[in-house]
Design a protein around this ligand. Structure first.
Ligand SMILES: Nc1nc2c(ncn2[C@@H]2O[C@H](COP(=O)(O)OP(=O)(O)OP(=O)(O)O)[C@@H](O)[C@H]2O)c(=O)[nH]1
Ligand SMILES: [Mg+2]
Length: 255
């Protein structure tokens, strides 16, 4: 297994997930029109509204060939289990999970995208708009899915995703040890060349559950640190030098 990040006690998963299931095209479109993304809450009582406004949401998209296990990985992270049965994703499925990082509650909104061209073509613009982080997935038992990563990266770059948007590489289905076609060193070399962390894991194997969590938690930690810096810069530009707690103290985030 290659490099792995593990979440520790600083990172708490607060709630079980919200699984929005298959989104209609119109819904996916409208949910991504505004930045920042609003929560899905329909309870408009004052307290829940305040909570929604205060909670930051990080949009993370999961990209890769059909059948590599994107749906199963996102399901494992947000729902804590391996789905009995999956069908090819059409358009996008949204899944969401609230986590606590260094005292701040953050919503990780995972966009489980379709790998099949016919199910994704009208959605591609929406996937990449206002994205905060990208997870590229391949199947360790299928060399073609690894070779196709180059195409997925080109698609991502073609949609003006900034170089500052963190990206990670995930080799899934490591439980199928007798069928591995993509050696770890080859994947690590590719990840290094593209400035990505590599995770080799299995959505299916329950012992890998924490490692699957670490994929998303490492990104959330990095985003939290990045966004804190951005806030500081904006405040300086405005001439208001009022550092937030996040920028005054050195981050002890495990990721
Ligand atoms: N052995 C094993 N099978 C897996 C794993 N993850 C997913 N699968 C299986 O791989 C198949 C495809 O999984 P999905 O998660 O639906 O794949 P996908 O990438 O979402 O596919 P699209 O929605 O078409 O893009 C299913 O039969 C899963 O049960 C894994 O870690 N190990
Ligand atoms: Mg899917």
């Amino acid at each position: 297994m290659a490099r792995r990040n593990r979440a520790d006690d600083n990172v708490t998963i607060l709630t079980s997930s919200t699984d929005f299931h298959r989104a209609s095209r119109s819904r996916a479109s409208s949910s991504n029109d505004a930045a920042p993304i609003l929560t899905s809450s329909v309870d408009l009582s004052t307290s829940s509204l305040e909570l929604s406004i205060q909670t930051r949401i990080f949009k993370i998209i999961v990209i890769g060939d059909s059948n590599v296990g994107k749906t199963c990985l996102t399901f494992r992270f947000t729902g804590g289990s391996f789905p009995d049965k999956t069908e090819a994703t059409i358009g996008v499925d949204f899944r969401e999970k609230a986590v606590e990082i260094e005292g701040e509650t953050i919503k990780v909104q995972v966009w489980d995208t379709a790998g099949q061209e016919r199910f994704r073509k009208s959605m591609v613009e929406h996937y990449y708009r206002n994205v905060h982080a990208v997870v590229f997935v391949y199947d360790v038992t299928k060399m073609a899915s690894f070779r196709n990563l180059q195409t997925w990266i080109e698609e991502c770059n073609g949609h003006r995703v900034s170089a500052s948007v963190p990206r990670v590489l995930v080799g899934n289905k490591c439980d199928l040890m007798d069928h591995i076609q993509v050696p770890s060193n080859m994947a690590l070399k590719f990840a290094d060349a593209h400035n990505m962390l590599l995770f080799e894991t299995s959505a299916k194997d329950p012992r890998e559950s924490q490692n699957v969590d670490s994929i998303f938690m490492s990104l959330a930690c990095r985003l939290k640190a990045q966004k804190s810096l951005l806030y500081r810069d904006v405040e300086r530009e405005d001439g208001r030098v009022r550092l937030t707690q996040a920028t005054e103290t050195k981050s002890n985030c495990p990721c």
